[in-house]
Design a protein around this ligand. Structure first.
Ligand SMILES: *Cc1c(COP(=O)(O)O)cnc(C)c1O
Length: 559
C-alpha cells in the first residue's frame, strides 16, 4: 500500500505539530516552533527512533515577505507544489465540521537519514474533490484567517491526524502534542477509548512553548459548538478545556501524563502559570549537522569524526583543534555571508569589520529596538571600534506592531548611515538563517523576560563558534557563562528587578559591554576571542542539540 509497508513497522510515536520546517522549499513553518519540529524529525531519523510526524500541508505557505524601501511589509502567498517533494496517499478519512463530512487526505514525505533511519511525515490536506470550496481551503494558509478558520485547522490536525494514522495502520503508543494546536487529538482519543481518561492520559505527551497566558489558543465555546456540531459533548469538553473558553493548553494538560516546558526557566514560569500540574523541562536543541556551516563541518569531520550523530564529541573542540583552523573556518563562513549580504543589498559590508546579527520573528517581545535606544551612543561606540549589523525577520500579517517595528528598524538604519552599515534583509527563511548564524561574529538577542520560552537561533550560532550576547532568558540562562561562552545583557532572572529597573540595566549593559568588552576584544585580543569561540562550541553545542533533546524525550516522556 502506497510504499508504506516498511514505514509502518514500529512507528509508535506520533508527533503532532501545526508547523514543520523541513527544507527551504517546503514553506510550512513560521518560526522557531516549526524549525524545532523539523530538527526533532531530523534527529529522530538519525537516531532511528520509531516516530511519525503529522502536520498540515499549508499549500499557500505562511507568506513571502516583500519589504518596500521604507520597510513596509507586503505579504504574498507562497504557493508551492507538494507533488515535487512528496506523494499523495490513497487513504482518505473525514472529520465533521459544521455538520459536513470534510474529507482529509495525506501527503507522505520520507525524511531519510544517512544512518538509514526514516521518519514519515504526513501532511494533511483538505483540498480534496467533493469538499466544498471553503473546506478545500482549510489547509491553505499556516496561521491564516480568523478564529473560525483556526479551529477548523486544529480539528483537521488533531482529529483528522489520529484518524489518518489509524487508516494507514500505524499502531501508536504515544501521541506527542507539540504546542496546544494539536490538542484535539486528545479529544479524539477520548472518543476512541470510550471516554477512558486514564487510557488517554497514558497515551499523551504535551510540550508547551508559550510563557504568557495570552499566547495560548483559546476558543469561544459557541464557536467550538458550531464547528464540532454535535460530535462532542461541550459539557464534557469543559471538564478538560476550562469553563469559560476552550483553552487548548488546558485540554492537553488535563489529558497528558507527561508535560514539559522547553527550558528550565520556562518550566518554572509554566509551573507558576499552571499550578497543580507537574511540569518537567526538556531544554530545546537544534540539529547539529543541519545548522553547522560547510567550513566547520569539514573541521569537525577532520578532528572529531562521528560528531554529527554524536554531538557530545563537540565538548572536545577546545583540546583538539588548533586556533588558526577555528579562525580560518569562521573567516570562510563570514566571507560567504558578507558576499551574500552585499549581493542582496549593495551596502558594501567588509570582511574584517565586527559583525552583529539579529534575526527572528519581528514581534514586540523580541525587542529589536533595544539596541537603538541611543543612536548617538552607537555612533560613539562605532568610532572606537567599527561594526556592521545584519537584521531579518517576518512580522505576522496581523501583527501591526511587529510591522511597525520593521519600519522603525529601516529608519534607524538610515540615521546610522554612513557611519554604521546596517541592513534589514527581506524574507527571512531557513536558507537565510543558515547564512546568518554561521557567518556573523556575535549573535544578539534582547527579548523581554520571561517571554522567550527557549529560543534556538543562538544554539545554531554556537555550533559555528559565533558568540552569543543575550538577555538572560530561555535557554541562555543555562548556556551562559560570562566571558566564557558569551555575554549576558542585564540582570539574572533571580535578581527579580521590576521591568523598568531591569530595562535600564539592560540598556546600560548592552552598550557598555559592546564598547568596553566585546568590540575591543574582537580587534585587539584575537587569541582570547578564538579561545571563547572554542568554549562556546565545546560548552554549548555538545548539549544544546536535538539529538540530546530526543534522547531525553525518549527516556523521560515516551517510554
Ligand atoms: C532558528 C529559526 C527561528 C527561531 O529562532 P529564535 O531565536 O528561537 O527566535 C526562526 N526562524 C528561522 C527561519 C530559524 O531558522
Amino acid at each position: 500500500m502506497d510504499d508504506l509497508e516498511g514505514l509502518l513497522k514500529g512507528h509508535k510515536i506520533a508527533f503532532f505539530s501545526m508547523e514543520v520546517g523541513l527544507t527551504n522549499d517546503i514553506p510550512t513553518y513560521a518560526g522557531g516552533l516549526g524549525i524545532l519540529a523539523g530538527d526533532t524529525i531530523r534527529s529522530s531519523a538519525d537516531l532511528r527512533l520509531p516516530l511519525v510526524a503529522v502536520t498540515l500541508i499549508s499549500k499557500k505557505g505562511f507568506f513571502r515577505q516583500e519589504l518596500t524601501p521604507d520597510g513596509k511589509q507586503i505579504e504574498h502567498p507562497q504557493e508551492w507544489d507538494p507533488s515535487k517533494y512528496m506523494k499523495l496517499l490513497s487513504a482518505e478519512v473525514s472529520v465533521h465540521i459544521q455538520g459536513r463530512a470534510v474529507k482529509v487526505k495525506a501527503w507522505l514525505y520520507r525524511l531519510q537519514s544517512v544512518t538509514g533511519g526514516v521518519v514519515p511525515v504526513l501532511f494533511l490536506d483538505t483540498d480534496v474533490e467533493g469538499n466544498t470550496p471553503e473546506d478545500r481551503e482549510i489547509t491553505f494558509f499556516l496561521y491564516g484567517g480568523d478564529q473560525r478558520y483556526r479551529v477548523k485547522q486544529e480539528v483537521v490536525l488533531g482529529i483528522g491526524g489520529v484518524r489518518m494514522l489509524d487508516a494507514l495502520g500505524f499502531k501508536i503508543r504515544k501521541y506527542h502534542i507539540n504546542e496546544g494546536h494539536g490538542s484535539f487529538l486528545a479529544l479524539e482519543l477520548l472518543h476512541k477509548h470510550a471516554m477512558d481518561t486514564d487510557k488517554v492520559h497514558e497515551l499523551c505527551v504535551f510540550t508547551t512553548h508559550t510563557p504568557v497566558e495570552a499566547g495560548h489558543d483559546k476558543f469561544n465555546y459557541d464557536l467550538v459548538k458550531e464547528i464540532l456540531d454535535g460530535t462532542a459533548d461541550i459539557n464534557e469538553l469543559k471538564k478538560f478545556g476550562g469553563n469559560d473558553n476552550l483553552n487548548m493548553t488546558l485540554l492537553a494538560l488535563n489529558l497528558s501524563n507527561y508535560v514539559n516546558g522547553v527550558a528550565k526557566q520556562h518550566r518554572a514560569v509554566s509551573q507558576r502559570m499552571f499550578a497543580g500540574y507537574e511540569i518537567h523541562a526538556v531544554t530545546n536543541g537544534i540539529h547539529s549537522y543541519m545548522w553547522t556551516g560547510e567550513s566547520y563541518r569539514k573541521l569537525y569531520d577532520k578532528y572529531l569524526p562521528g560528531w554529527a550523530n554524536e554531538p557530545e564529541l563537540l565538548a572536545r573542540v577546545a583540546d583538539g583543534i588548533p586556533h588558526e583552523e577555528i579562525w580560518q573556518a569562521h573567516k570562510e563562513q563570514k566571507k560567504a555571508l558578507i558576499d551574500y549580504v552585499n549581493e542582496l543589498t549593495h551596502v558594501g559590508m567588509t570582511y574584517d569589520t565586527f559583525t552583529l546579527g539579529f534575526a527572528r520573528r519581528a514581534t514586540e517581545y523580541k525587542r529589536a529596538r533595544l539596541l537603538f535606544s541611543d543612536l548617538e551612543r552607537l555612533k560613539k561606540i562605532n568610532k572606537k571600534g567599527k561594526f556592521q549589523m545584519i537584521f531579518a525577520g517576518k512580522a505576522h500579517p496581523r501583527d501591526t506592531q511587529g510591522k511597525k517595528l520593521i519600519e522603525d528598524l529601516f529608519g534607524y538604519a538610515k540615521k546610522l548611515l554612513p557611519d554604521i552599515k546596517m541592513v534589514y534583509l527581506e524574507n527571512y527563511d531557513i536558507n537565510m538563517a543558515t547564512k546568518l548564524v554561521t557567518g556573523v561574529d556575535v549573535w544578539l538577542n534582547t527579548p523581554l523576560k520571561p517571554l522567550e520560552a527557549s529560543g534556538t537561533s543562538g544554539m545554531k550560532a554556537a555550533h559555528n563558534g559565533v558568540l552569543n550576547f543575550s538577555v538572560l532568558d530561555g535557554w541562555w540562562v543555562e548556556g551562559w557563562i560570562e566571558g566564557v561562552t558569551g555575554w549576558s545583557i542585564g540582570p539574572h532572572p533571580d535578581e527579580g528587578l521590576d521591568i523598568q529597573e531591569g530595562y535600564q540595566k539592560e540598556v546600560e549593559d548592552l552598550y557598555n559591554k559592546l564598547e568596553y568588552v566585546i568590540i575591543p576584544m574582537f580587534y585587539t585580543r584575537h587569541d582570547d576571542w578564538v579561545r571563547m569561540m572554542k568554549k562556546t562550541i565545546g560548552k554549548i553545542a555538545y548539549y544544546f542539540n536535538s539529538h540530546r533533546m530526543m534522547r531525553r524525550y525518549v527516556t523521560e516522556a515516551y517510554l
